[in-house]
Design a protein around this ligand. Structure first.
Ligand code: ZN
Ligand code: ZN
Length: 102
């Protein structure tokens, strides 16, 4: 019976590795912060600036209120530079909003 080696757990350092979303280069450096307060990075190879797209909740002031019922809305989809919000009272209220995240 062949010895089974346990799968190596990924090095915790790997999760911290930041790569450019465009060219996958690791030659990125910190580049201040975005207007949302997220850390911003810039790729040395292609010059791309980006923030890490973590699914952190938006700060309350960035959450719109539902135009129909006034409930705070929450993010249910991010696509490209667009954020879609859905009413917090869903499914009772099905209104939603789109917003450009810049
Ligand atoms: Zn790059
Ligand atoms: Zn609503």
């Amino acid at each position: 019976m062949p010895a089974r080696f346990p799968r190596r757990k990924s090095d915790p350092g790997d999760a911290k590795r930041i790569v450019c979303p465009r060219c996958r280069s690791e030659a990125v450096h910190r580049y201040g912060r975005s207007h949302e307060g997220r850390r911003r990075y810039r790729c040395k190879l292609c010059g791309r600036q980006f923030t890490l797209s973590m699914r952190a909740p938006l700060p309350p002031q960035e959450r719109p209120r539902c135009p129909a019922c006034g409930s705070p809305m929450h993010v249910y989809m991010r696509r490209g530079g667009e954020i879609r919000f859905r009413c917090g009272a869903y499914p009772a209220c099905r209104s939603y909003l789109k917003k450009s995240s810049g």
